[in-house]
Design a protein around this ligand. Structure first.
Ligand SMILES: Cc1ncc(COP(=O)(O)O)c(C=O)c1O
Length: 378
């Protein structure tokens, strides 16, 4: 399989665990095992029953599939495949459903996997551009134009990485209808659902509007449990079967202990999400204030959900150079826009430790200021 390097993973590979002030992550501050146990008020390993450490059902534990199915009214455990994170889920969906010569429509900018894997499978990818001038909103008329010559698959991701843009019910319903009418698969990557930054906004699942839609979810982002490496595919039975055939060649089954922890978290989802939403909203207020206070240096379309923001910076310099200087000189890790093939931007993650965010943002502003001409010369 020939595939381009995954830019963001290579960037994180260099600095993620060594940078002093990491404000780049897309997850909420991860739980520790004891914090999760305290919050769930239970034995997270379900000690009341024998827990084997062997392989599990290759679809995932039946009880976990039931918990996941509950998130999607109308779907049952037979519609769920538990995977090693959403990244395996997306990979299986693409691998199972796409081949050379297919046309795929994928939003852009995007998490690189969502267009790179289809390309590596020989598909032609047409980019559905989300524009800053339109608030990074998914413009349905654009999709209609792109799909006019047919498509095998439409790929969307809302809440959106890297912008934090939401999708409203009307637009999601329209995307589902277009996919159904055109006989295209719809892959809806919904890993950031559950982290609304205000009560007024919550991107719906595609499952609400179409029995044919395929949705991907994860314990990593909204649940703050990225280390479990648990994600899932939800969709029609025949798609689940095709993904299962491929997964027999990738991971055989999801990790058993991780499935038990995921089950505990989902059974206490209200409490887990309340903890995470509180972190996201508190830190978002700090980020928003910082953007306002530094309007000569940065600007953004405020994110609506999730814990990432796509911040435009004023100095005229390549994002990779800037981000490299900032991490090596100041110890502040952001994601350069180049990881999303978008120059002039950083992706900032605000789901982590509050003090780290405050320090990181202050240092970032100072560095950006130093890159501009003196104030009286601007
Ligand atoms: C849009 C999107 N999909 C999938 C993933 C992979 O998530 P997971 O940790 O569940 O594999 C990410 C991670 O950043 C993401 O941003």
């Amino acid at each position: 399989m020939k595939i381009e390097p995954f830019s963001i993973e290579r960037w994180f590979g260099r600095y993620e665990f060594t940078a002093r002030h990491n404000i780049a992550e897309s997850c909420v501050k991860p739980f520790t095992l004891s914090e999760l146990a305290d919050l769930c008020g239970a034995d997270v390993f379900h000690g009341d029953r024998p827990v084997g450490l062997g392989y599990t059902d290759s679809r995932g534990l039946p009880e976990l599939r039931e918990e996941i199915a509950r998130l999607y009214p109308g779907r049952g455990p037979e519609n769920v495949l538990v995977t090693a994170g959403a990244i395996e889920a997306n990979f299986l969906v693409f691998g199972a459903l796409l081949g050379p010569g297919d046309t795929v429509i994928s939003e852009f900018p995007a998490y690189q996997q969502l267009y790179e894997v289809p390309r590596s499978l020989g598909a032609e990818v047409k980019l559905w551009h989300l524009e800053a001038e339109k608030g990074f909103r998914a413009d349905i008329s654009e999709l209609e134009g792109l799909v006019a010559q047919g498509a095998r698959m439409i790929v969307i991701n809302h809440p959106h990485n890297p912008t934090g843009a939401a999708i409203d019910s009307g637009s999601m319903a329209a995307v589902c209808e277009i996919a159904e009418q055109r006989g295209a698969y719809l892959l809806s990557d919904e890993v950031y659902r559950g982290l609304s930054l205000s009560d007024a906004v919550a991107s719906p699942s595609a499952q609400r509007f179409s029995d044919d839609a395929v949705s991907v979810g994860s314990m990593s982002k909204a649940y703050g449990l990225s280390g479990l490496r648990i994600g899932w595919v939800v969709g029609p039975g025949e798609v689940i079967e095709k993904c299962l055939t491929l997964r027999d060649y990738t991971s055989i089954c999801p990790a058993g202990p991780s499935q038990l922890l995921a089950m505990a978290a989902l059974r206490n989802a209200e409490k887990v999400l309340a903890r995470n939403r509180a972190i996201a909203r508190k830190n978002f207020a700090i980020l928003d204030e910082w953007v306002r206070a530094n309007s000569g240096l940065v600007s953004y379309v405020p994110p609506k959900e999730g814990v990432v923001a796509f911040v435009k910076y004023a100095p005229q310099a390549p994002s990779l150079d800037m981000a490299t200087e900032i991490v090596t000189q100041d110890g502040v890790l952001v994601v350069p826009g180049s990881c999303f093939e978008m120059e002039g931007y950083f992706r900032i993650g605000f789901g982590g430790d509050t003090a780290t965010l405050e320090t990181g943002l202050a240092l970032l502003a100072t560095r950006l200021e130093s890159k501009l001409p003196p104030r009286d010369a601007r």
